[in-house]
Design a protein. Structure first.
Length: 114
């Protein structure tokens, strides 16, 4: 028996024959599926139970297009800060460096004038 993925209302339609790769999760911007939604519909006349969903591996997050199984779909989750937080810290550190350099230059200037 064959099945096809049936996206809930508000989700984009997947390409024909698409199946989620291991670790796939829907885009958080998509609306939640209605309670009791059937994600797998039988293709053909006979109805049979849907296949078991694939569980995401611990520590894996999806980084590729949600429907493109030809691309790498996951990378180990990195503990720590987001990219934006790292940029903010780097920018703050660079700003502190500029301030300290200004104080040193000002101190040298005052030393030679005084």
């Amino acid at each position: 028996m064959e099945y096809r993925f049936s996206p809930p209302p508000g989700w984009p339609a997947p390409p024909a024959g698409w199946t989620p790769p291991p670790g796939w999760t829907p885009d958080p911007a998509w609306p939640p599926a209605p309670e009791g939604w059937t994600f797998w519909e039988p293709v053909g006349d006979a109805a049979a139970p849907a296949p078991e969903p694939v569980a995401a591996a611990p520590g894996v997050r999806i980084i590729a297009s949600p429907y493109d199984s030809q691309l790498p779909v996951s990378q180990p989750a990195q503990g720590g800060l987001s990219h934006g937080a790292k940029l903010a810290i780097a920018g703050g550190g660079a700003g502190c460096l500029v301030i300290v350099a200004g104080i040193v230059v000002f101190g040298i200037f005052l030393y030679y004038l005084g």
